[in-house]
Design a protein around this ligand. Structure first.
Ligand code: FES
Length: 70
């Protein structure tokens, strides 16, 4: 089962999925290990998170509870 965790003020943590580009080619990831995908847009290693979100003070507001309230 694929699980995507939306981290507070950070990346999307993806478990149990292949990460592919628009051609279908896979990015190299370690089997069985979660990967962090950048959602702040500032990573130098896109599509992966490199921790830059901390340096730039990225703030997210998305939570499941907030989504249900809309
Ligand atoms: S979310 Fe971590 S560098 Fe963008």
């Amino acid at each position: 089962m694929t699980k995507i965790t939306v981290k507070a003020n950070g990346p999307y943590l993806v478990e149990g999925a292949d990460i592919v580009d628009e051609t279908g080619a896979s990015f190299p990831v370690e089997a069985g290990k979660p990967v962090a995908l950048c959602r702040c847009g500032a990573s130098a290693r896109k599509p992966f998170c490199d921790g830059t979100h901390v340096k730039i003070g990225f703030k997210s507001a998305e939570t499941a509870a907030a989504f249900k309230a809309k």
